[in-house]
Design a protein around this ligand. Structure first.
Ligand SMILES: Nc1nc2c(ncn2[C@@H]2O[C@H](COP(=O)(O)OP(=O)(O)OP(=O)(O)O)[C@@H](O)[C@H]2O)c(=O)[nH]1
Length: 418
């Protein structure tokens, strides 16, 4: 792989000494780069990383970008990463040990890495979120992902990584497209757009379409096809006239889809970039800023809503668990004569006739018991026992599953990292 963009320096936020007045800094935007293999994702990452480094050296008040590499299979990356999945997971060893192919190896490596998401977030928050001391923090967190998009976007671990990131930082997806290849014909273009839609709806995060390699072919045709339905139809007709095999059916499908996709196109920002020459990178960062605002206005409330719903579902589940446990305890204490049933010892069985006579006498001596009074005591006793057990179960379940436990484990990890 060529490495045309100027090579970046090591991203080391600790080298930055500039400080801003407390409260004036914004949290960085996380830019997650996704794209098909060969679209130029890595070159694009290198370019935007170098751009931000240059800005920082040119006197920007932000620290250099914080870089995460989530591609376990990449041999070498032409930029320095602050957090690299390859430092935690050995992709080749994973393939060998679990007897997996390349995609299974990437997926399992991501799964293993996502189990450390608490630690990763802890480090990211410590390094990148603005602090009281006003020390400069990065303006961007750049995330590179595996070229096998489906492995990342449609896996549980990809989902965990993205949603965790979005819970701490405004997060934007940069979907990189190979412009010369995707505008070769209308069906390749449409396939790429459908892929982008599926990512948009799966991740539910703001997206920028990055038409890359504009030094070879600019993005104007692609943008025209998106914004002007008639231009797309003209291109389709042209292809029809060339009488490609099966074009009749395909063309009517593409025709209908281009109408349906209008809504989706409106939700996207589109920029043309050459990762090779650096052209269009400024525009890309303008689009990122616009998407940050969109994230704060539209996506964050939605995320909050989803988080609250999940919290409510967990609370309902906990309540169900507690009532199931209560039922189980009552059944088992009844059958074993323990719990509340242990408060009243079972009468001893007489072993001899004289024992039986003596027991009868005892009962007479004690007089007749009021059955109602006994029942009242038992009912009260049962209620009190139930309440105390329920309170103890609820506390125990909350301790083991609730946010307190999560916070404690996150705290522990942060403390153990010093
Ligand atoms: N002309 C031109 N070539 C580019 C540009 N960006 C990337 N390339 C070339 O496209 C090829 C693929 O680039 P990569 O950055 O490796 O693409 P990738 O998407 O990371 O590929 P994977 O690592 O396989 O996922 C390389 O030969 C790059 O030099 C660009 O803006 N212009």
């Amino acid at each position: 792989m060529a490495a045309p963009a100027s090579s970046s320096t090591a991203a080391n936020p600790s080298t930055s000494t500039s400080a801003s007045p407390p409260g004036t800094q914004q949290p960085p935007v996380a830019v997650v780069t996704i794209g098909m293999a060969g679209s130029g994702k890595t070159t694009f990452m290198q370019r935007i990383n170098a751009h931000l480094h240059q800005k920082q050296q040119g006197g920007s008040t932000s620290a250099p970008p914080y870089v995460l590499n989530l591609d376990p299979a990449v041999r070498s990356v032409p930029f320095d990463s602050n957090i690299d999945i390859r430092d935690s997971v050995n992709y080749k060893e994973v393939m060998k040990q679990y007897n997996l192919g390349p995609n299974g190896g990437i997926l399992t490596s991501l799964n293993l890495f996502s189990t450390k998401i608490d630690q990763v977030l802890g480090i990211l928050e410590k390094r990148c979120l603005p602090k009281e001391d006003g020390k400069a923090v990065p303006s961007h967190v750049l995330v590179d992902t595996p070229g096998q998009i489906e492995v990342f976007v449609w896996s549980a671990s990809g989902n965990i990584l993205l949603s965790s990131l979005a819970s701490s930082f405004p997060t934007v997806i940069a979907y990189v497209i190979d412009t010369p290849r995707s505008t070769e014909n209308t069906s390749t273009f449409m396939s790429n757009m459908l892929y982008a839609i599926s990512i948009l709806y799966k991740t539910k995060l703001p997206m920028i379409l990055v038409f890359n390699k504009t030094d070879v072919k600019d993005e104007s045709e692609a943008v025209e096809w998106m914004r002007d339905f008639e231009a797309f139809q003209t291109a389709l007709k042209k292809e029809e006239e060339e009488e490609r095999e099966g074009s009749g059916y395909m063309n009517s499908l593409l025709n209908s889809m281009s109408l349906v996709l209008e809504e989706f196109y409106n939700a996207l920002s589109v920029v043309g970039v050459s990762s090779m020459t650096g052209e269009g990178v400024d525009k890309f960062f303008e689009a990122v800023e616009a998407k940050r605002e969109e994230f704060d206005k539209e996506y964050r409330p939605e995320l909050e809503k989803r988080r609250k719903e999940a919290e409510q579902q967990r609370a309902e589940l906990r309540a169900k668990d507690v009532s199931r446990m209560m039922k189980d305890m009552q059944v088992s204490s009844k059958s074993k004569g323990t719990g509340k049933y242990a408060t009243r010892p079972a009468p001893e069985e007489p072993e001899t006739v004289s024992d039986a006579e003596a027991m009868d006498e005892d009962e007479v001596e004690g007089g007749l018991e009021d059955p109602d009074e006994d029942d009242m005591d038992a009912a009260e006793e049962e209620e009190a026992w139930k309440q105390s057990m329920q309170a103890r179960y609820e506390a125990a379940v909350q301790e083991s599953q609730g946010p307190a436990a999560t916070l404690r484990s996150a705290d522990y990890i942060k403390r153990s990292q010093g």
